[in-house]
Design a protein around this ligand. Structure first.
Ligand code: ADP
Ligand code: MG
Length: 267
């Protein structure tokens, strides 16, 4: 198996953090929507058996008979699992609980870590971004995501233990680089659920910037009730309430990421 990723095709970003509840799925949905709103063609790959990205984008459970599970076990191509969403230019390959059994089903296959990479290579459709929503663990699903990705995007919640999990994640990224994907980088760290009324939030921002420098995006996602309400309507927050501070922050994050991409490509 060749280890280098192709230079053409979409930019593949994996949203990863082994901690649950830090904003991976929320960021996949809303960054995806914001990128699409700016004119990019975006595919979200739901790689979490919980399927929260699929639900949050309004994909009914009954409409998930073609899912990322079927792609990883080799029954479908990725294109065959893709569905349109209510957001123009935003598509999703949904997931179901079946995905939690994939690790065992393909554990003896030689290419088990490269299933998603191969699937993305065969993807048509002119996408400029593929965002992979990872489960909250460092299992074979996350390894598949990191092996397929150009870069990792790390959502980090502004809370006391934020930095602890980050060192573990960085270690894993190093291991994946060595074993599966030498070109892998950390695209950036996005601080989430920032609470301006809480001194701790500001302290965490300082600490993470000290530790990770300019890997931390300028944009910070505030804690915003509109962001947490939107998924229950099966909508990204940008469709639910475009003017709220959460939507505006995700639009800024999207333009920051596009800027960073321009610099990377020019380099
Ligand atoms: P993960 O995918 O990392 O497990 P989620 O994106 O599902 O995390 O977020 C965890 C919870 O926090 C969800 O209930 C989500 O609605 C909520 N949440 C995420 N980001 C925000 C935010 N900026 N403001 C308010 N609630 C948020
Ligand atoms: Mg999630």
């Amino acid at each position: 198996l060749s280890s280098s990723l192709p230079l053409t095709g979409p930019r593949v970003l994996a949203l990863a953090n082994q901690k649950g509840g830090v904003g991976k799925t929320t960021t996949a949905i809303n960054l995806g929507t914001a990128l699409a709103a700016i004119g990019e063609r975006v595919l979200i790959v739901d790689l979490d058996p919980q399927g929260n990205a699929s639900t949050g984008l309004g994909i009914d459970r009954r409409a998930r008979n073609r899912s990322t599970y079927h792609v990883l076990v080799g029954d479908l191509t990725l294109s065959e699992a893709v569905q349109e969403t209510s957001v123009p230019r935003l598509s999703i390959a949904p997931s179901t609980m079946d995905l939690s059994g994939v690790e065992i089903e393909i554990s003896t296959e030689k290419d088990r870590a490269y299933r998603l990479r191969q699937a993305i290579r065969g993807l048509g459709g002119d996408y400029s971004y593929v965002l992979i929503d990872c489960p909250p663990s460092l299992n074979l699903l996350t390894i598949n995501a990191m092996a397929a990705a150009n870069a990792i995007l790390v959502p980090l919640q502004c809370e006391f233990f934020a930095l602890e999990g980050l060192s573990q994640l960085i270690k894993t990224v190093e291991q994946v680089k060595t074993n599966f994907n030498p070109g892998l980088t950390i695209h950036g760290i996005v601080l989430t659920m920032y609470d301006a009324r809480n001194n701790l939030s500001a302290q965490v921002v300082d600490d993470v910037r000290q530790f990770m420098g300019d890997k931390v995006y300028q944009t910070i996602i505030p804690r915003n009730v509109r962001v947490s309400e939107a998924p229950s309507y099966g909508k990204p927050v940008l469709l639910y309430d475009l003017k709220c501070v959460g939507s505006q922050a995700y639009l800024r994050l999207a333009s920051e990421i596009i800027q960073r991409e321009k610099h990377l490509r020019a380099a």
